[in-house]
Design a protein around this ligand. Sequence first.
Ligand code: AMP
Ligand code: MG
Length: 392
Amino acid sequence: MTTPPSFPMSVSLGEARTMLGELLPPRQTRMTPLLGAYGLTLASDLQATVNHPSATESALDGVACREADTLSVPVRLELIGESRAGATFAGVVGPGQAVRIYTGAPLPAGADAICPVEQLEDVPGGVRLRRPASVADVRREGDDFRTGETVLYAGQRLTPARVALAAALGHAEVPTLAPLRVAVLSTGDELIEPGRPLVAGQVYNSNAYGLVGLLREAGCEAIMLPPVSDDLAALEAAVASARADVLLTSGGVSMGKYDFMRDLLIEHGEVRFWKVRMRPGGPAMLGGWKGLPVFGLPGNPVSSLVVFQVIVRPALTGRPLTPVRLRAGSAFRGLADKTAFWRVTVRGGEAFAYAQQGSGVLRSLSDAPALVMIPEGGLAAVGDEVDVLLLE
Ligand code: AMP
Ligand code: MG
């Protein structure tokens, strides 16, 4: 290039995330029935419509009684009735008395403690307690959440536990962000679809299969486009055909003569940045094509998946992966001007470098699905604490 580029070269990871996030279209909100909400993002805070527990109740099967009656054991109590879920005991538990009770059944008036069934012995007209009854086995009304309390928050991913919580709050449907539609385009003359015969020099298209899965995990609607050869016109036609909110491409953004994705965006589209200060994954490019945001991932399989995890996924979901702090079981070299990611295995709370760190070593992310992150200019000796991104 004779004239300096009109776009930033070598942005930081954080800048790359922010710039991609800024290109994404606004998301519509829609009400989604609980069974369709798994993996989606909550569009607004959700409040409880009820108290949970809805009444003060027993956490165990056993008897309900007065704690003060049971401080010295063994003790015999008179049985005066039963409280079970849906059929509360109507009377009052007096001194020296007990009521059989089951998990989730309302605590009868007069009682304040529970003795579990394992500590009971039946005796004529009553029960003998081997241990004192405990107030800790009483669940208080509203202990978990109270009517009107905000319990789920906008931006949270609807995991199965959160969908269950939304149900417990009393909501049959929840406000969700419409998933982003993301098209995946693999580029390269050498790519062959799995299932077809391959000759030396060719490679099965694997990136697209990883990216579609990662997009689905990120709550996106993923569209796999047919792979396209290293040809400017073919690429242009493929990019123009993408009906999506965002296009993710793989391959063709490095320094090679046949890296036409780069040429297409630089010469015919627009570029927001080219190259990120990271390894693997440095050549990533962000740009646009007639209003369609295009993120160009490097073709090397490890690079494409790592760039997705640390830039694309956080930008699409608004939630970066949170690193855990672990001890370094190996020494990790850093790079003066780049964030370095090492594939590692985690054993006994320590992170060990995977033997083969080449960005074409596909099995590394299967054998070692975690990344040690060494910041620009950093370094870690054995025994140091390091940031680790757990990818599964
Ligand atoms: P590129 O970024 O196009 O120069 O590709 C870099 C390396 O990644 C080359 O060895 C390619 O064969 C390989 N590669 C590119 N795209 C894919 C893909 N979709 N699946 C597997 N390997 C790929
Ligand atoms: Mg290529």
